[in-house]
Design a binder for this molecule. Structure first.
Ligand SMILES: *[C@@H]1O[C@H](CO)[C@@H](O)[C@H](O)[C@H]1NC(C)=O
Ligand SMILES: *[C@@H]1O[C@H](CO)[C@@H](O)[C@H](O)[C@H]1NC(C)=O
Ligand SMILES: *[C@@H]1O[C@H](CO)[C@@H](O)[C@H](O)[C@H]1NC(C)=O
Ligand SMILES: *[C@@H]1O[C@H](CO)[C@@H](O)[C@H](O)[C@H]1NC(C)=O
Ligand SMILES: *[C@@H]1O[C@H](CO)[C@@H](O)[C@H](O)[C@H]1NC(C)=O
Ligand SMILES: *[C@@H]1O[C@H](CO)[C@@H](O)[C@H](O)[C@H]1NC(C)=O
Length: 502
């Protein structure tokens, strides 16, 4: 589900941008945006620390590919005029000593990256005209540098997504020394180049690195944004996770507010009376998601309309299911049916299931399902029935799998007949068997199928690649809170860099 630049922050930023991505309208203050907010992501300081640690790798990798534009200039000297150009400027062996960041409440993120050492190489072309005649030369050079870098990104609600303004970016050079290779020029020329190259390289490095930071941040932000949207997209069912307000930064967390609107078949869900309030989340875990029933409801409705809620079971699988120990006696026509060569039970939801989450019950699912039992090859089902169920479902996640536990709270069979026997209604004890079978066989079976399907959907988008630590899903009145700690998986980063930066 859904939730920075130079160093620390690349990842942080990008993560934020992701989470903050894609808005069409942003309301000026979060408080008035809360009621349009279907889902919220809160990333706390400890999470930012983890992201910050990983950022070094991204920057080091990103700058292996940095190339700098050529430059030209001229300078009058005693003996005439020197023309020069810098070409093939490249960065090597970038390493980062230390990086730190702070959250500035209401303002932005402050990042300090110290002891960035790197060497630059390139070629100086130069020529001079003098009474000795025209000379044209080129010499390769190398520069060793040591710098501190500071960036103070501001997050704002820009066109279509939360944008990071990284223009507050500065470099302090501790060291910048030039080596010319095979230089046979007089000392005065070497001195001239040193001054010139030092000055120019400082300008270039500052300009380019600050620009590069922005670029890498945007690539990462897009990557995360797309990943988040893909996770929430399946077939024709899509999710608008655009932001409803600019993110809020406090001393201990960054929080973003999203629409969470299901889009299906040209219709878009509407949320305008959300119950979100920041006090509903704590600050002691790394990452929180707040998700309204108003997000799940339309998602479930779309899945129903898309024909996702149907299940066919047949043959041995069905026979096996009916071996479950029930207190009611199995009606004769069902026992006979299961003995035929190809019994089949088809079940589907009749109306979009309705959900209501509360602190006391978890998420209560209200559903109406229809079933048909086919015995043998005839088209006419042996049994048809309709059942209303209310199940309190709680979710958990462990070992990279989603688990759903269901506690049936109200199961009734509203209709049951035997079409092949003149649509005869079945008697009370037979109805009771069906009710019990729905409760003890049907509901666990449906939940176990959903567990597998949803886990597969999540994993298809790489959710299983994340190291999610001790996730907890807590039901509250009208919403759920999902909280977790995480480790940022190195291989995900490596994969991203391989795909994006090569
Ligand atoms: C980069 O570092 C390696 C190993 O320390 C060294 O051999 C190489 O010469 C360095 N390259 C540059 C361009 O400084
Ligand atoms: C930067 O590196 C130098 C030498 O490698 C070291 O003496 C200094 O303590 C470092 N500074 C920081 C802030 O890491
Ligand atoms: C999609 O919308 C069209 C037009 O509103 C409607 O005719 C069609 O039945 C809908 N399809 C589904 C699967 O809901
Ligand atoms: C269940 O079987 C019916 C009849 O064969 C078929 O129309 C339907 O697509 C099947 N549903 C699933 C989910 O396989
Ligand atoms: C089935 O349930 C009955 C009654 O509750 C019990 O006596 C019997 O041992 C159970 N059988 C199995 C296989 O669980
Ligand atoms: C949802 O559950 C709560 C708590 O059980 C209850 O007060 C509320 O009326 C329910 N809402 C709906 C729409 O059923």
């Amino acid at each position: 589900m859904p939730c920075d630049v130079f160093p620390p922050r690349l990842l942080l930023l990008l993560f934020l941008s992701a989470v903050f991505g894609a808005s069409r309208g942003c309301l000026p203050d979060p408080a008035s945006a809360y009621r349009f907010t279907g889902t919220v992501c809160r990333l706390t300081y400890p999470a930012a620390v983890v992201l910050n640690e990983k950022t070094t790798k991204v920057i080091e990798a990103a700058f292996q590919h940095a190339r700098y534009p050529s430059m030209k200039g001229e300078k009058s000297v005693l003996i005439g005029k020197v023309l020069y150009g810098l070409d093939n400027l490249e960065i090597h062996n970038l390493s980062i000593g230390r990086s730190e960041f702070e959250l500035h409440p209401g303002k932005g993120i402050g990042m300090e990256i110290s002891n960035v050492s790197a060497s630059f190489s390139g070629t100086i072309q130069y020529g001079y005209t003098s009474w000795l005649g025209d000379v044209s030369q080129s010499v390769d050079f190398e520069i060793e540098s040591q710098t501190d870098l500071g960036i103070n990104p501001k997050l704002y609600c820009g066109k279509g997504q939360v944008a990071a303004d990284t223009s507050d970016c500065y470099l302090n050079f501790h060291k910048l020394s030039l080596h010319l290779h095979g230089n046979k020029e007089p000392n005065w020329l070497k001195k001239l180049f040193t001054d010139f190259v030092t000055f120019t390289v400082k300008m270039v490095i500052k300009g380019q690195i600050c620009k590069e930071i922005n670029k890498v941040a945007n690539i990462l932000a897009d990557f995360i944004q797309e990943t988040a949207e893909h996770v929430l997209t399946d077939g024709n069912i899509r999710m608008d996770i655009g932001v409803t307000a600019a993110p809020v930064i406090t001393a201990n967390y960054i929080e973003s507010y999203h629409k969470g609107l299901t889009k299906y078949n040209n219709t878009v869900a509407v949320i305008d009376d959300s119950v979100f309030h920041p006090s509903q989340l704590t600050e002691n875990r790394m990452l929180y998601f707040w998700v309204s029933d108003q997000v799940f409801g339309p998602m479930i409705k779309a899945a129903h309309q898309d024909g996702r809620f149907q299940l066919n079971m047949s043959g041995a699988e069905l026979t096996e299911l009916f071996k479950t120990n029930l207190t009611s006696a199995m009606p004769e026509f069902i026992r006979k049916c299961l003995e035929t060569a190809s019994p089949e039970l088809r079940v589907w939801s009749v109306h979009p299931p309705f959900i209501n989450t509360s602190s006391d019950w978890g998420t209560s699912v209200f559903a109406t399902a229809s079933g048909q039992l086919h015995c043998g090859s005839e088209d006419t089902p042996t049994l048809t029935f309709v059942t209303d169920v209310v199940v309190d479902v709680t979710a958990s996640y462990a070992d990279k799998k989603l688990f759903l536990r269901g506690k049936p709270s109200d199961i009734s069979v509203t209709e049951a007949m035997l079409p092949s026997q003149n649509h005869r209604l079945i008697d009370e004890t037979q109805t009771e068997f069906i009710r019990e079978a729905v409760e003890k066989i049907g509901i666990p079976k449906v939940l176990s199928v959903l567990e597998v399907v949803i886990t597969r959907l999540l994993n298809r988008q790489g959710v299983d690649l994340f190291d999610i630590v001790n996730p907890v899903v807590t039901p509250r009145d009208g919403y759920v809170v999902i909280e977790m700690d995480f480790g940022f998986p190195h291989h995900l980063l490596v994969d991203f860099l391989r795909k994006t930066l090569q």
